[in-house]
Design a protein around this ligand. Structure first.
Ligand code: GDP
Ligand code: IMO
Ligand code: MG
Length: 428
């Protein structure tokens, strides 16, 4: 199975890092194709916890070549911090490849992210403040800085000048801030170039050659379907294509090369930041999921909003990504709940919706229609085969599978790499 894609099926933090890491020993390349250090993946290996943001989770597997594709936006200072932290823990990071066409998060983009959020007031998105949106805006506006530009000071200077021209007008005249100088920006960016040079490669060529040779390449999505700039709950989304379609544009491989698309989905739902969330819980059950599931952000430390599983979202994700498999995570968190509600459709002002309402004002009014499933009380964290799960847990998983039409190939029963029930091989 040469090319496998792993994407988030909800609003992020489904456990993509763990899913990628688990396949790590069996793949040759792990590629990040979208987003930047807005992502936060926790991977637990033998009780040791690793928090990754910009680096693909495959970096923890010896023998894997981690790749940062052209669709990623890179904060170079963060890249070095993350690399150094891993080196200090004995992880070999020497194989990392970075696309020269990836865009760089310039310091002014972080500034713009924070200022625009403040300016939006109650209409804010609740971004991670890492400069992601402004950097993608610059890319689309054709005033972005790419990794290649760092290796030619003259070009870099000209591009920074171009990017700052309008921004400084905005900063000074609209936001009442001081202007940012070209010199300070160029100086800051240039200090990173030497170390970066050795990592830069034509990653599209590398990946296509690898696939030609029959190597296994795993594409690891950051964020998730409902945060995708086209298919998510716009405008409460991130600024990249986090769905499977983003793999091709974000890494330079064609759609015909993709063999399998795996959606990672939690046994309940969480969301960080603002925006609609029909199954969100404001009662003690929300608190139960947050506490039991440890639902606090890896990147910003924010408490995640929590709610029941939403089968409409699962079906939508399955369609938008062309999923072949689901990895269901955190089933263990539901242990002890007597009756587990699952959202099977929405009620929007008296009308039943079985599919996602794409009109955002309808989605803001969507009320979940629940079906209840019997829970279980047995500790399932040590279970490793589907048949050994309590009968009601099996029924819950099979019901979710039926609702989405996509098989649940793997089931997570704890944070550790080993705490997984494998029903179908994701690489076979
Ligand atoms: P990502 O952004 O999709 O990689 O997910 P995060 O790492 O932000 O959040 C997922 C959290 O759930 C992490 O703390 C994981 O260690 C944890 N996790 C993943 N799978 C499971 C599981 O099956 N059970 C439990 N209890 N925790 C899990
Ligand atoms: P992983 O990869 C959860 C959310 C932010 C905010 C919105 C826009 O760990 O699943 P941005 O900084 O991207 O412009 O913020 O998107 N967001 C995430 N939420 N998990 C993530 O990544 C996220 N990355 C961005 O909270 O609502
Ligand atoms: Mg995360």
């Amino acid at each position: 199975m040469p090319a496998v894609v792993v994407v988030g099926a909800q609003w992020g933090d489904e456990g993509k890092g763990k899913a990628t890491d688990q396949l790590g020993s069996r793949v040759d390349y792990v590629v990040k194709f979208n987003g930047g250090n807005n992502a936060g993946h926790t991977v637990v290996v033998g009780g040791e916890k690793y928090a990754l943001h910009l680096l693909p989770s495959g970096i923890l597997s010896p023998g894997v070549t981690p790749v940062i594709g052209n669709g990623v936006v890179i904060d170079i200072e963060v890249l070095y911090e993350e690399l150094d932290a891993l080196i200090a823990r004995g992880v070999d990071v020497s194989r990392l490849l970075v696309s020269g066409s990836a865009h760089v998060i310039a310091p002014y983009n972080r500034t713009m992210d924070k200022i625009t959020e403040r300016f939006l007031g109650k209409r804010r998105i609740g971004t991670t403040g890492r400069g992601i949106g402004p950097t993608y805006s610059d890319k689309i506006n054709r005033v972005g800085i790419r990794v290649w530009d760092l290796f030619d000071e003259k070009i870099l200077r000209a591009k920074v000048e171009g990017a700052l021209e309008q921004k400084n007008q905005l900063l000074v005249k609209v936001f009442n801030r001081r202007a940012i100088t070209v010199d300070e920006t160029v100086e800051e960016l240039l200090q990173y170039t030497e170390r970066l040079r050795a990592m830069v490669a034509d990653t599209s060529l590398v990946l296509n050659n690898a696939l030609d040779e029959g190597k296994t390449v795993l594409f690891e999505g950051g964020q998730a379907t409902m945060l995708d700039v086209d298919h998510g709950t716009y405008p409460f989304v991130t600024s990249s294509n986090a769905t499977a379609g983003g793999v091709c544009t974000g890494s330079g491989i064609g759609p015909t090369r993709i063999d399998r698309v795996v959606g990672v989905i939690k046994a309940y739902t969480t969301r960080v930041g603002e925006g609609p969330f029909p199954t969100e819980l404001f009662d003690e059950w929300g608190e139960f999921l947050r506490t039991t599931g440890g639902e606090f952000g890896v990147t910003t430390g924010r408490a995640r909003r929590c709610g029941w599983y939403d089968a409409v979202i699962a079906r939508y994700s399955s369609r938008i990504n062309g999923l072949t498999d689901f990895v269901l995570t955190k089933l263990d968190v539901l242990t002890g709940i007597e009756k587990i509600p699952v959202c099977v459709a929405y009620d929007v002002d008296g009308v039943r919706y079985d599919e996602m309402p794409l009109d955002q004002s309808a989605y803001h009014h969507a009320k979940p229609i629940y079906e209840e499933f019997d829970g279980w009380t047995e500790d399932i964290t040590g279970v490793r085969t589907f048949e050994d799960l309590p009968e009601n847990a099996q029924k819950y998983v099979l019901a979710l599978e039926k609702m989405s039409g996509t098989r649940m190939s793997s089931i997570g029963v704890g944070p550790d790499r080993e705490a997984t029930i494998q029903r179908f091989d994701l690489l076979d």
